[in-house]
Design a protein around this ligand. Structure first.
Ligand SMILES: O=C(O)c1ccccc1NCC(=O)[C@H](O)[C@H](O)COP(=O)(O)O
Length: 216
């Protein structure tokens, strides 16, 4: 029987790749609003992509330390189901954003070592979901989407957090099964692992990733 593990494909920028993700069974599609990223979308492009996403697939906007004005522009124009906060937003800022927009918020938590896991408890009080991702390397241009994994054994035996969570960071069609086994994740998120170059998604890799998850 196929698994009921949910998949998010992040950093989509082409309608064909959104379609590939949806047809292969992704439950979330992610759109990046961060100008330094090779996956950054302007509002017009994001609207065009989002309107083509069928109901039942959650459209997630990823932002990094965005101001109210920046979030207003995104939320007012792009049809969305969730906000993903991938910067240094404090728990108080997460609460403000939830209140202001009335959308579920997923907070990204960067993990490099066991002590980083405390952040999960801190944000569990305020976020609707948590994205447990690799901490970016020091000096990295991007706070996520770097195609780097953390030591998944840090999560072994710790799968019952107080909020739904997603595993991210360096996942690929080849390693996602092992990551699920080690962590017990019921949701996984991928960007670089379904690309042929930074920002260039590949429909075949998207299908392979979904197939690898479904086989679990
Ligand atoms: O994708 C980006 O360019 C990006 C920019 C700024 C913050 C976060 C970003 N991406 C986050 C993700 O795509 C994923 O949620 C996660 O980090 C996994 O990425 P990857 O390791 O590339 O699969």
């Amino acid at each position: 029987m196929p698994s009921d593990i949910s998949v998010k494909i992040c950093g989509l920028s082409e309608p064909a790749h959104v379609d590939a993700a949806v047809e292969a069974g992704a439950r979330y599609v992610g759109f990046v609003f961060f100008p330094k990223s090779p996956r950054h979308l302007d509002l017009r492009r994001a609207i065009d992509l989002a309107v083509g996403v069928p109901g039942g697939v959650a459209k997630v906007a990823l932002t990094v330390n965005a101001s109210d004005a920046e979030l207003d522009a995104i939320v007012d124009s792009v049809p969305l189901d969730m906000l993903q906060l991938h910067g240094k937003e404090t728990p108080g800022r997460v609460t403000e954003i939830k209140t202001r927009y009335g959308l579920p918020v997923m907070k990204a938590i960067g993990i490099a070592e066991a002590s980083d896991l405390a952040q999960i408890d801190l944000y569990s009080d305020v976020a609707d979901q948590l994205l447990i991702d690799a901490k970016p390397p020091r000096g990295a241009e991007l706070p996520g989407g770097n195609g780097l994994a953390f030591d998944w054994r840090l999560l072994a035996g710790r799968k019952y957090w107080r909020k739904p969570w997603m595993l991210a960071g360096g996942l690929t069609p080849e390693n996602v099964a092992e990551a699920i086994h080690l962590t017990g994740a019921r949701q996984v998120d991928v960007s670089s692992g379904v690309e042929t170059a930074p920002g260039i998604k590949d429909s075949g890799l998207i299908q392979a990733f979904l197939a690898a998850v479904k086989a679990e």
